[in-house]
Design a protein around this ligand. Structure first.
Ligand code: GLP
Length: 247
C-alpha cells in the first residue's frame, strides 16, 4: 500500500489524474472502474483538460462505475449516469456504449444485479479502480454490515450516508433510500486500486480501514487484502496516520 499526502485538493486531483492518464497512455484499451462523489470531480476536470490538450485519447477506453441510485432516471441531475456524462463522458472522445453504470430504473433488481455482474465479467478485468470513501468507510455503496457482499447488489442506504449525500439534493427526503453497487469481490478483482480522500470527516474512516481489523463493519478495511492500493489524501484525512506510513 502506498499512501501519498497532498497539501491541498488541487494537488490531490493532479496526482490522481496523472496516475489515470499514465494508465490510459500505457494501455489505451484500459478498463477503468470509476467513482462519483465530490472528491474525484477535480480529477475528471483534469482528465478533460488533458484530452483537450491532445494528451489523452479515450476511444479505446471502457469504463464501469461503482454504483447508481435506485429510482433515478439517467437524466436526473443527481443520478450517477448524469454525473459521469456531465463531468467526463460528454467532454471526451469516449464511445458512450463503452461506459457502464447500473440502471437505476430497472424493474427487477435481481436481474439488474445479474446483468451488471455479467458486464463486469465480460470486460475481462478492471485495470484501475478509482474509489472514494464514505464517512462510515463505505466503498461504492457497500455499507457497513455483518458480511462482505461479493457481487453487485441492491443496498438499503444508511441514514448516515443519506445525510452525507443530502447536500446534493433539495432535502433529505429526496435522497433515494436504495442504490445498486458493485460488490466487494468485484472491487477487489481490479488490478490496481486508487483511493482518494479529503477532509477531517474522512480521517476516522481511513484510520479504521487501513490500521484496524478487517471487518464488514468497516467495508474499506477489506482493501488491506489487495496488493496494489494507492491512497492519495490530504493531511486532514490522514491526520490519524503515523508519519512513517506516508510517502
Ligand atoms: C457516495 C458514493 C461513493 C463515494 C462517497 C464519498 O456515497 N457512492 O462512491 O466514495 O459518496 O463521496 P465524497 O467524495 O463526496 O465524499
Amino acid at each position: 500500500m502506498n499512501i501519498y499526502i497532498t497539501e491541498n485538493i488541487p494537488s490531490l486531483n493532479q496526482k490522481a489524474a496523472n496516475i489515470i492518464a499514465a494508465q490510459i497512455i500505457m494501455k489505451p484499451d484500459s478498463v477503468l472502474g470509476l467513482a462519483t462523489g465530490s472528491t474525484p470531480i477535480g480529477t475528471y476536470e483534469l482528465l478533460v483538460e488533458y484530452y483537450n490538450k491532445g494528451v489523452l485519447d479515450f476511444t479505446k477506453v471502457t469504463t464501469i462505475n461503482l454504483d447508481e441510485y435506485q429510482g433515478l432516471a439517467p437524466d436526473h441531475d443527481q443520478s450517477y449516469r448524469y454525473f459521469m456524462d456531465t463531468h467526463l463522458f460528454n467532454q471526451i472522445n469516449i464511445n458512450k456504449n463503452s461506459t457502464f453504470l447500473p440502471n437505476g430504473l430497472a424493474k427487477d433488481s435481481n436481474l439488474e444485479c445479474q446483468r451488471y455482474n455479467q458486464i463486469i465479467q465480460s470486460l475481462g478485468g478492471i485495470d484501475l479502480q478509482l474509489l472514494g470513501i464514505g464517512e462510515n468507510a463505505h466503498i461504492g455503496f457497500n455499507e457497513p454490515g455483518t458480511e462482505f457482499k461479493p457481487n453487485p447488489h441492491l443496498v438499503t442506504l444508511t441514514e448516515k450516508t443519506r445525510q452525507a449525500n443530502s447536500r446534493f439534493f433539495p432535502s433529505i427526503d429526496d435522497v433515494p433510500t436504495h442504490a445498486y453497487t458493485m460488490g466487494i469481490k468485484n472491487i477487489l478483482s481490479a488490478k490496481k486500486i486508487l483511493l482518494l480522500a479529503s477532509g477531517t470527516s474522512k480521517a476516522k474512516a481511513l484510520y479504521h480501514s487501513f490500521l484496524g481489523p478487517i471487518t464488514p463493519a468497516v467495508p474499506a478495511s477489506i482493501l488491506q487484502l489487495h496488493n496494489n492500493v494507492t491512497i492519495i489524501a490530504d493531511s486532514d484525512a490522514l491526520a490519524l496516520f503515523p508519519q512513517s506510513m506516508i510517502c
